[in-house]
Design a protein around this ligand. Structure first.
Ligand code: F0G
Length: 452
């Protein structure tokens, strides 16, 4: 019944400027009049609902698809295609993204001071980060629009994801990354998936500036997160999360903030779910940044969210080493609309939180760990109450930055840095590899000393 309803329904989306509200052509990224970002809207929803379905119909359809073998239904993104832009099914580029797990983190809950803590792990996507959910939609659109080349500037995860989806879709890809400022594993991914990879002697913000000019002069489709199709795909994490929670919203969702597309996408999803009657209230969305890369925190605290305060970014959580975030206005709107807040975490707090998530047998990359570090502060401030339900969005897999993890456990992560003084508190979490002679007695002695 549900599939026929979809065929009968109409799915019409268009791009609209978040500033002046004018509509834009489907392959644009900014408004031609005021240069603000664009977002996708679905004008037919109010009258008919997506694909002619109401909240009950949508929930039922999405649940039924979980037992389907259709490649689009197997994707945790395209399973929700009624709330996505219309892409021909045969042109969808999917690597089975989405469908990511939720984990209970009891020891992290205790250390943060809440009764229960859940983590939605987007690092369990095919290329190891949340970027895949957006990339499947934007890359499929690029393919449908006939582009041969796609490109992005990146701190490493977008580029890994884009390179993979371009390769799967038979397109060429160009990657601009800051030289020496992304992890080796992320760099190796874009090489492995066949991208033309350029290390520019600048930071992420500098890479964005160069790429913006390149795409104006060459027939290359931009796959950075200003691309509204990426935001649409990234939106599905919240639909999937709420479905996994039986459509019962948590009190708080905590997201790391870099270029601020992810928080924007999650907020857009919650707004739409409320509009469609899928949920009755919106969780508070709070965004956590690294202290050394905190333009949103400063924007909210010093300018009440009205004007961006760009910064010269510096943090070992290289994924979020971003000083001039493109989607700041969208993120401010989400925080204000949901009643969330912003917070920042120091380098040592991030490292500790990452080790705690690792010690739960889950693990994540440093940028994701800011969520736990920030939560601890929000609990201390009383913004998050101990009995409230909290979901952390973990954005990247533990193996994305093995060098960080090794240095942490060997105790030399902060050697020679301004954080060296504070880093003594981390000793209890550190498990350096132990070099021993191949001797049974030595191993047993070690085991006994670890037991005592
Ligand atoms: N976490 C990880 C692991 C990331 O890779 C990023 C961003 C973020 C959080 C922040 O998300 O930008 O939507 O606020 N990485 C981008 C990249 C910038 O190029 O891979 P955001």
């Amino acid at each position: 019944m549900a599939e026929s309803a979809i065929k009968a329904g109409q799915r019409v989306s268009e791009l609209r400027c978040i500033g002046c509200g004018r509509t834009a052509l489907p392959d644009r990224f900014r408004c031609e009049h005021c240069h603000d970002l664009l977002e996708m809207i679905f004008p037919g929803w109010e009258e008919r609902g997506p694909a002619g379905l109401d909240a009950r119909g949508l929930k039922q359809l999405w649940r039924e698809r979980q037992s389907s073998f259709d490649p689009a239904d197997r994707s945790g993104v395209w399973r929700f295609r009624e709330i996505l832009p219309d892409i021909s099914k045969e042109l969808i580029i999917t690597i089975k993204e989405g469908n990511t797990p939720i984990y209970d983190l009891p020891r992290c809950a205790k250390s943060a001071g809440v009764q229960q803590l859940l983590a939605k792990h987007q690092g369990m996507n095919p290329t190891g980060s949340f970027k895949d959910t957006g990339m499947t939609v934007a890359a499929s659109f690029a393919k449908q629009a006939g582009y041969r080349w796609v490109a992005c500037a990146s701190t490493g995860n977008t580029s890994a994801s884009m390179a993979a989806y371009a390769a799967r879709g038979g397109m060429h890809s160009l990657v601009l990354i800051p030289d020496g400022k992304i992890s080796w594993s992320k760099l190796s991914q874009s090489l492995d998936y066949g991208a033309i990879t350029c290390q520019l002697k600048t930071d992420f913000d500098g890479c964005v500036r160069v790429l913006n000019e390149v795409v104006q002069r060459m027939p290359v489709y931009l796959l950075n997160s200003v691309n509204p199709y990426r935001v649409e795909g990234q939106k599905t994490v919240a639909f999937e999360l709420l479905e996994q929670l039986a459509w019962e919203p948590p009190d708080h969702i905590i997201v790391p903030g870099g270029n601020l597309a992810n928080s924007s996408a999650i907020g857009k999803a919650l707004r739409e779910m409320k509009q469609l009657g899928l949920i009755s209230r919106q969780p508070k969305v709070s965004v956590i940044q690294a202290e050394g890369a905190n333009p949103l925190v400063r924007t909210m605290r010093e300018r009440k969210g009205e004007k961006l305060v760009p910064v010269q970014a510096e943090t070992m959580a290289t994924a979020i080493r971003i000083g001039n975030p493109a989607s700041w206005k969208k993120a401010v709107r989400v925080i204000q609309e949901t009643g969330g807040t912003v917070e920042q975490a120091s380098e040592v707090e991030i490292a500790l939180a990452k080790a705690e998530i690792g010690a739960e047998g889950i693990g994540c990359e440093p940028a994701s760990a800011v969520t736990l570090a920030g939560l601890k502060k929000l609990v201390k401030q009383g913004f998050v109450k101990p009995h409230e339900s909290v979901v952390l969005i973990l954005t990247g897999h533990a193996l994305k930055d093995a060098e960080f993890t090794l240095k942490f456990h060997r105790g030399d992560l902060f050697a020679g840095t301004p954080s060296e003084g504070e880093s003594h508190d981390l000793k209890a979490q550190q498990r350096a590899p132990i070099v021993l002679e191949p001797n049974v007695e030595a191993v047993i002695a070690l085991l006994q000393s670890a037991e005592s």
